[in-house]
Design a protein around this ligand. Sequence first.
Ligand code: PGA
Length: 256
Amino acid sequence: MAVDRQKKFSIGNWKMNTDLADALVLSQGVRDGVEGINGVEIILCPPFVWLYPIAETLKHTPKNLSLGAQNMHWQEKGPFTGEVSPMMLQKVVKYVILGHSERRFHFNESDELINDKVQSAFEHGLIPVLCIGERSKTNSGSDEMINQLVRDLNEVSEQNMSNLIVAYEPVWAIGTGDAATAEYAGDVAKKIRRKITELYNEKVAENLPILYGGSVVKSNIAEYMDEPDIDGALVGGASLKINDFVEISKEIGRYR
Ligand code: PGA
């Protein structure tokens, strides 16, 4: 179950939003809207509690629509009150967002912990969407971002690198409307690819899907997709509106 850059990616991170009725309307609306679109894998990441009802309603869904979780624990089971394990997710989702900045900074997730989660996702056949990004715009903080990348991928095998998606999300651009310019995001994506070449090799780097996230909307998505190193988007706010997310996904699909 490998990923590559032949297909592009449109990921909707709903965060802690929606009630059950909203979640069903949103997921079915997206399903209907993206039917027949080729060249893009569309991944909905609702809150944990809606995963199963959505999975049930999307059973006969087009092949280009999948589900992802927003987080997970790295162990299979045990005394971890309030946590959700990879074993529980395995049957319901194909993807899992790990290392989102809201987890890093509101819940103190360290790179060491994120690395454990990344490794556990591979062991359980889940594809991690690893989020990295600097906090400060002025620092243009690429060192912080590259350090996250290196630490979060500690001891990840070359083989597992073909089951990974990286999302570059500068923290200052998330939910602020202050999106990074496409040129800036494209340069960072290139930098990530260079680092992966250094850590692994060119083949691994060339195969790795790298997404941009942070205030992506339907009016700016094409600019990001024009960047040769950007393979899709991780969308927060705009993924909560059926029409916006469908439009974004369609646009991404044009760049196959
Ligand atoms: P945003 O969020 O699109 O609302 O900026 C992106 C994210 O946090 O993944």
